[in-house]
Design a protein around this ligand. Structure first.
Ligand code: COA
Ligand code: AMP
Length: 629
């Protein structure tokens, strides 16, 4: 069926549309209500239904002819390892691990934090939690101890699953000291930790609290899949909000299963048995949805890649993986392609590999700049599809749904709204703007299955953050426009979130760190354009009156503080000391204007600025950092 016909069918009867999709997954008990609106604007999909996400990902396929098909391929150029698991093997490993986790006292509804590098055991831990009805919360390895501690205090896990180390090119990142420090910092203390010892670094285990992974799994009995309510949480994934306190995005079991299964065929155009590779990290939503859950729900082979697009060993790394494992469809972030293009502009390395079965490339996480899109299209000769989504939604809101039909690709646009999403562009008064005009992008409630039902134990923050700006709409915090053809163009965030190498970071959280330096009186952090990472943060510091210390030393200290307190992933490497910051007369720092100066974009003198002369000082400051003119 065409895209237009499918979208109309959804519009005509959304509940019937999702009931049909729900027939494609396995239920232990059928739902009583497709959409429970009794607590609107909070909605619940498939209320009364029971199922298990791990059963749908593994056991069902084992029992239905896929036992010997590859489920997961671990490809790790940083450790020179390739390990393959069939559906049968992966189910057995996960069942044993679930047994070990249950033996540590974890039950349905308990939280388990997973702080792991890109090893298959990370995916197994997620699936083992799902098997038990425990709620996992994966924390990205590039976050520092302090960020982990914040998540421990919010999720209150009974267990933390971790590993001795991760491998970044050129260095082994010891995870265990970070974990120990996080537990020291947190108020809530987990009762146990399960630690995977990797050969590159041995972790010291704390007697009575820490358990060795292999020993625990060897001693465990396989655990069966527990029946959970469709509306029970499958996981919590923390994402940057506008303060240092991240938002605990909740994902339910039933709606997530239905939406992800539907997306594999209709958005990504993938058939069961095919090979799907999302080159991301299990710490991000892309990793949750499209490394672990969706490909397995759909009976595909998924790839878990512990490496980078370049340097492991070269800019041909992606092509090598695609050729070796016969990848049909790949998903990554534009920044990865910018990295490859920078090292191999002519795409020479592509010719070294047989990519004949590679059919479609999907990009998301940040707007795909036209240059990168054209380069990928030209060098690969296949459709390259930019699509738009957020941690909150868990699956795409706008895409070119190749499983339905390939619509004409427009560079710079994420194409059209996915069925389930009624996307509108509103002005501040709540009126829809004309095609081509930029406004706030919102989605009419209810959101489709798979999207966040709320924030972890915080309905009030959910409503305040997402539902309060416009009655009856979910605010995406993205700004953009719809063109005459109904194509969606996402242009920027409306809050202080920046997008660094496809990673979502809060400049507000970085400002909180800078402001805590004893010599800093006030500060501003903003994202400036970067050829590789899309955006990088830069900081401006105003020092306390009378500070006699060398400014360079203070800058070095705040850079280190952000690395220690938020993590290396923040890529906060540059800051400068200024005499004052440009402000409105009411005292609001004009971050937008500083950003325009740094990005060398035209700006209008803000009417409310307290002293226009200061913009000249800012131009000098950004120039010192290598930006602006
Ligand atoms: N554990 C510990 N440290 C980590 C880490 C992890 N899991 N992931 C990243 N880091 C560190 C990096 O080593 C780097 O440290 P450094 O400052 O000492 O160099 C820092 O965090 C920043 O990492 P990153 O943003 O990945 O930058 P990079 O310069 O190492 O690589 C790219 C740039 C473009 C190659 C890289 O960002 C990439 O592969 N992106 C792919 C896109 C992607 O995965 N997006 C996710 C959403 S789909
Ligand atoms: P995350 O929650 O980390 O997935 O980040 C979500 C944010 O990334 C969105 O709100 C957008 O600002 C941005 N984003 C993701 N995909 C795209 C895209 N295809 N085009 C433009 N922006 C995107």
């Amino acid at each position: 069926m065409s895209y237009a016909a499918t979208y109309s069918r959804w519009q005509a009867d959304p509940e019937a549309f999702w009931v049909e999709a729900a027939r494609d997954v396995q239920w232990f008990k059928r739902w009583e209500q497709v959409l429970d609106s009794s607590e609107a604007p909070l909605y619940r999909w498939f209320a009364g239904g029971e199922m298990n996400s791990c059963y749908n990902a593994l056991d069902y396929h084992v029992a239905n002819g896929r036992s010997d098909q590859l489920a997961l391929i671990y490809d790790s150029p940083v450790t020179n390892t390739i390990r393959k698991y069939t559906y049968g093997q992966l189910r057995d490993e996960v069942a044993k691990l679930a047994g070990a986790i249950a033996a540590l006292g974890v039950e349905k509804g308990d939280r388990v934090i997973i702080y792991m590098p890109m090893v298959p055991e990370a995916a197994m831990a997620m699936l083992a939690c799902a098997r038990l009805g425990a709620i996992h919360s994966v924390v990205f390895g590039g976050f520092a101890a302090n960020e982990l501690a914040t998540r421990i205090d919010d999720a209150k896990p009974k267990l933390i699953v971790s590993a001795s180390c991760g491998i970044e090119p050129g260095r082994v990142v010891a995870y265990k000291p970070l974990l120990d420090e996080a537990i020291r910092l947190s108020t809530h203390k987990p009762s146990s930790c399960l630690i995977l010892q990797r050969p590159m670094a041995q972790a010291e285990l704390v007697e009575g609290r820490d358990h060795d992974w292999l020993t625990a799994v060897r001693a465990a009995q396989p655990a069966p899949c527990v029946s959970v309510a469709a509306t029970d949480p499958l996981y919590i994934l923390y994402t940057s909000g506008t303060t240092g306190m991240p938002k605990g995005v909740v994902r339910d079991n039933g709606g997530h299963l239905v939406a992800l299964k539907w997306s594999m065929k209709n958005v990504y155009g993938v058939e069961p048995g095919e090979v799907f590779w999302a080159a991301s990290d299990v710490g991000w939503v892309v990793g949750h949805s499209y490394i672990v859950y969706a490909p397995l729900f759909h009976g595909c082979t998924t790839i878990l890649y512990e490496g980078k697009p370049v340097g492991t060993p070269d800019a041909g790394a992606f092509w090598r993986v695609i050729a070796d494992h016969k990848v049909n469809v790949m998903f990554t972030a534009p920044t990865a392609f910018r990295a490859i293009k920078r090292e191999d502009p002519a795409g020479k390395l592509i010719g070294d590999y047989d990519l004949s079965q590679f059919r479609t490339l999907f990009l998301a996480g940040e707007r795909c700049d036209p240059d990168t899109l054209y380069w990928a299209q030209d060098k690969l000769g296949i459709p390259v599809i930019d699509h738009w989504w957020q941690t909150e939604t868990g699956w795409p809101m706008a895409a070119n749904l190749i499983g339905l039909e390939l619509l004409p690709v427009k560079a710079g646009s994420a194409t059209v709204p996915v069925p389930g999403y009624d996307i509108r562009v509103l002005d501040p008064e709540g009126d829809e703007v004309a095609p081509g005009d930029i406004g706030n992008i919102v989605v009419k409630l209810p959101l489709p299955p798979g999207c966040l039902p709320t924030l972890w134990q915080n309905d009030a923050r959910y409503k305040q953050s997402y539902l309060s700006a416009y009655d009856g709409y979910y605010s995406t915090a993205d700004a953009g426009f719809k063109d005459e053809d109904g194509y969606v163009h996402i242009m920027s965030r409306t809050d202080d979130i920046i997008n660094v190498a496809g990673h979502r970071l809060s400049t507000g959280a970085m400002e909180e760190v800078l402001a805590s330096h004893p010599d800093v009186a006030e500060c501003a952090v903003l994202g400036v354009k970067d050829d590789l990472k899309g955006e990088v943060p830069i900081g401006f510091l105003v020092l306390n009156a009378g500070t006699t210390r060398n400014p360079a030393e203070i800058v070095a200290e705040v850079v280190q503080m952000v690395r220690n307190q938020i993590g290396p992933v923040a890529s906060f490497k540059q800051a400068t000391v200024v005499q004052r910051l440009p402000k409105t007369r009411s005292g609001k720092i004009l971050r937008g204007t500083i950003k325009k100066i740094a990005d060398n974009e035209p700006y209008r003198m803000p009417a409310t600025i307290d002293d226009p002369a200061i913009l000249g000082e800012m131009a000098e400051a950004v120039e010192k950092l290598g930006y602006g003119r």
